[in-house]
Design a protein around this ligand. Structure first.
Ligand code: NAD
Ligand code: UDP
Ligand code: UDP
Length: 317
């Protein structure tokens, strides 16, 4: 279909979610026409209501497991619940979203000759035996455990992306996103940063799973979105996968203590059983992102938590 404007038309699936809503905002700031598609499985319209009046923003309720016929130049495929609580709630739907969603969005990209970026995940490395994780590491995933619907769904999506590249020369970009946090995470999302902040602000016990000695590396949302946009802008030969995340590693117990200190909370730490297959350690090797994208995160954990705590404090109680 002939374009009537020179603006880039960008589809963001999962655009009403935590990362998607920040991405939509940044794309609008850059002057793009943004089509946000979401079925509101793990987010509400609240994350994007402030964008609804924008003349270049459009919100469409749609489930990516069904075909979608629209005309766009670029696709960011973010649709998929990301929190273990959400993706394990309806695991069959999670795999369908990753796999059928990828097939539909790749088919769409192929028909309209769009560039397409997949929001993959550090979970493709599973419970990693190689530390930190470089893109060349093939991972250690339990294919039949409770996290498999997400991990294997995302692994299969990567396979599909690379097969559309090899078979159809479709321009693809695969980002492997490590734990990212910030404003607009859903308060009941179940992920560790939002849980701890919500608990600390309410004076409720901070729920540390296991002994809290497992590690994660937390990236602030603005840094992550910057990485996604840079990856989309790379030459066609750059398919990824590229790790995007913050290489500073923390134990979960350290995070709990930091959140308690920063909120001035009187909450006590309460230990709960460690969920099965919970990865013991995780830290990205971001050498490739640095080399290929000229990208490295710039927001410290203290600054990022400060902004995230301010966001959760501002929510109506
Ligand atoms: P989120 O749950 O806030 O956002 C996901 C969005 O996708 C939600 O708005 C949800 O309603 C939507 N969605 C789910 N299934 C859908 C479907 N079938 N059709 C249409 N929309 C659907 O999570 P997030 O943190 O914003 O994650 C966004 C993407 O980034 C996900 O693909 C996730 O796997 C990936 N990712 C995120 C992180 C992180 O730490 N935030 C880490 C690794 C990967
Ligand atoms: N598809 C879509 N939108 C489009 C084109 C295709 O949702 O604009 C879906 C369609 O459901 C199809 C899938 O993408 O089954 C894969 O498309 P492709 O052309 O790669 O393969 P097909 O299954 O059509 O042979
Ligand atoms: N976690 C925790 N308490 C919580 C939520 C999570 O101790 O209330 C732990 C969880 O067991 C995991 C880490 O924090 O080791 C990160 O969990 P999250 O669900 O945020 O993401 P994951 O990296 O496991 O996908």
């Amino acid at each position: 279909m002939k374009k009537v404007s020179n603006r880039k038309r960008v589809l963001v699936t999962g655009g009403a979610g935590f990362l998607g809503s920040h991405l939509c905002e940044r794309l609008l700031e850059a002057g793009d026409d943004v089509l946000c598609v979401d079925n509101f499985y793990s987010a509400t319209r609240d994350n994007v209501t402030h964008l609804l009046a924008h003349p270049h923003f459009e919100l469409m309720r749609h489930d990516v497991t069904f075909p979608l016929y629209v005309e766009v130049d670029e696709i960011y495929n973010l649709a998929c619940p990301a929190s273990p609580v959400h993706y394990q709630h309806d695991p069959v739907q999670t795999t369908k979203t990753s796999v059928h969603g990828a097939i539909n969005m790749l088919g769409l990209a192929k028909r309209v000759k769009a560039k397409i970026l997949q929001a993959s995940t550090s979970e493709v490395y599973g419970d990693p035996e190689v530390h930190p994780q470089p893109e060349s590491y093939r991972g250690s995933v339990n294919p039949i455990g409770p996290r498999a619907c997400y991990d294997e769904g995302k692994r299969c999506a990567e396979t599909l992306f690379f097969d559309y590249w090899r078979q159809h020369r479709l321009p693809i970009k695969v980002a492997r996103i490590f734990n990212t946090y910030g404003p607009r995470m859903h308060p009941n999302d179940g992920r560790v940063v939002s849980n701890f902040i919500v608990q600390a602000l309410a004076g409720e016990p901070i729920t540390v799973y296991g002994e809290g000695l497992q590690t994660r590396s937390f990236c602030y949302v603005d840094d992550l979105v910057d990485g996604l946009i840079r990856l989309m802008a790379t030459p066609v030969e750059e398919t990824g996968p590229v790790n995007l995340g913050n290489p500073h590693e923390h134990t979960i117990l350290e995070l709990a203590k930091k959140v308690i200190a920063m909120t001035g909370s009187r909450s006590k730490i309460e230990y709960r059983p460690l969920p099965s297959d919970d990865p013991l350690q995780r830290r990205p090797d971001v050498g490739k992102a640095r080399a290929v994208l000229g990208w490295a995160p710039t927001t410290s954990i203290d600054r990022g938590l400060e902004k995230t705590i301010a966001y959760f404090s501002s929510l109506p109680g």
